[in-house]
Design a binder for this molecule. Structure first.
Ligand SMILES: *Cc1c(COP(=O)(O)O)cnc(C)c1O
Length: 456
């Protein structure tokens, strides 16, 4: 064996990192879900100025572990119910480490054959998993926000090309108007995407939603005029409810509209045999935004844009330069707004390889079952359950604004579990999302007991 001139990594550094990570994960069961006040105060350690001199990698790691690890939110455990933050599957976590050691730039196949291959396989497997038509393609992006931007950019390209306008070359100024239809309970990230793309956050037709946040099909415009993008939602971020796809999508498409789905987590209902009916018809849309880092439980940041018109996505996203050689095959760079990028396909591949189709079904169904048990336990403990618990989302309330705020405060400053506040149908509430493979029946029992005790 030849001795290398440069040691790429000190022999014990990665094993040290692994040991520290293992210790952190082993501590999840016994540590408080949110960091303690002492741990938060410890973050002041990082407030110092830029160091003049360097530090050994081992010391950098030790310092990070000492002051950073205690100040983490234990969202990878089974009793974190905030936002829609999934845990991380073991295979996805380990694959992420290995891929980081590979240090691959997943922009082009010539930069990383393995990253390009797994990017392609990950997208293909997701298309199969969701049961979409074989021609559906897309890319891996930073999250559902990035996926909404990408899907809507593809829509913008296609609809304006159809009326003779090259938006990618000539921009939106002077372009024929495009009507954008959203639901009354549209997610703010979709509104932000509309703003970024020049459609305007406010320049939309908003269709009223029902008490679960579903677009009311009877209020959907009967006649669509000119280029139109219809933005529907799979999985309201509070209630988990989905728009009536089977009623709206065919009618909109018959009139030439492009239907885009924001399905950050709700699209995953498709993968669970017993839940797929909740999103029936969603497979007929033109584009879909979803996340792997939410319900597939990959590490952040990992979103997915899929479309049945991949050429339109590529028209909006691709670029050419003489130094960016392609062998003519699929290039990850052609389907996302980024150029240099991490090899997200590795984690998606690893998660799907670990679970298989059956394991994904179990993950999604298990979270939904836990959500039902959580809602039943909280109802028995005196809370009003405000949503129809059909998926993984639970919204509960008890008492007036002040009482609800005090309850949320007691939950968040307790050690047992973590959930955040929301306002649902005008009522201050607690929202809980069960999105991690790691949640067990025992976790739900413990969370119910803690939340009921915290009720004001
Ligand atoms: C979480 C969420 C988003 C944004 O997803 P990110 O991955 O955080 O960008 C968009 N839409 C819905 C419905 C969501 O739940």
């Amino acid at each position: 064996m030849t001795t290398p001139d440069v040691e790429l990594v000190p022999p014990s550094l990665l094993t040290d990192a692994a040991a520290r990570a293992q210790k952190h994960l082993d501590g999840v069961a016994s540590r408080s879900v949110a960091p303690t006040d002492e741990a938060l105060a410890g973050l002041a350690h990082f407030d110092g100025p830029l160091p003049a001199e360097g530090t050994s990698p081992a010391d950098v790691l030790a310092e990070l572990d000492a002051h950073g690890s205690p100040a983490t939110m234990l969202s990878n455990g089974g009793r974190f119910f905030g936002f829609v933050n999934g845990g991380t599957l073991p295979a996805a976590l380990a694959a992420n480490w290995l891929a980081t050691a590979w240090d691959q730039n997943a922009a082009l196949s010539v930069m990383s054959p393995v990253a390009a291959k797994l990017d392609e396989v990950a997208v293909r497997w997701l298309v199969e998993l969701f049961g979409f038509d074989a021609g559906v393609g897309g890319g891996l992006v930073t999250g559902a926000t990035g996926a909404n931007i990408a899907g809507l950019a593809a829509a913008r390209h296609r609809l304006l090309a159809d009326v003779g306008w090259d938006v990618d070359a000539d921009g939106l100024f002077g372009a024929p108007p495009v009507t954008v239809i959203v639901g009354g309970e549209v997610h703010p990230s979709l509104q932000k995407s509309l703003g970024i793309l020049g459609f305007g956050r406010r320049r939309v037709v908003s269709v009223p939603a029902d008490d679960q946040g579903r677009m009311l099909a009877e209020h959907f415009p009967n006649k669509l005029d000119g280029p139109t993008i219809v933005c529907l939602q799979a999985g309201n971020v509070n209630s988990g409810a989905s728009d009536p796809f089977a009623e709206i999508i065919p009618a909109a498409q018959q009139q030439g509209a492009w239907v885009h789905i924001d399905g950050a987590f709700g699209l995953w209902a498709l993968t669970a045999t017993a839940r797929a009916h909740l999103v029936a018809g969603v497979e007929h849309a033109d584009s879909w935004a979803t996340d792997a880092h939410k319900w597939l439980n990959t590490p952040y940041d990992c979103g997915v844009v899929l479309t049945r018109h991949p050429d339109d996505l590529a028209a909006a996203m691709s670029m050419t330069a003489s130094y960016l050689a392609s062998d003519g095959g699929r290039e990850p760079i052609d389907y996302t707004s980024e150029m240099s990028r991490r090899a997200r396909g590795v984690e998606v591949w690893a998660a799907l390889r670990q679970l298989g189709r059956a394991g994904v079904d179990e993950l999604i169904e298990g979270c939904c079952r836990h959500a039902t048990n959580l809602a039943e336990g909280l109802a028995a403990g005196g809370f009003d359950v405000l949503n129809d618990v059909v998926l993984n989302q639970v919204v509960v309330a008890s008492g007036d604004t002040a009482a609800m705020a005090a309850t949320v405060d007691r939950i968040q400053s307790g050690t047992e579990c973590w959930a955040g506040p929301t306002t649902w149908q005008g009522r201050p509430a607690l929202r809980l999302s069960v999105s991690s493979w790691a949640t067990t029946d025992r976790d739900i029992e413990r969370a119910v007991a803690a939340i009921v005790e915290a009720r004001g």
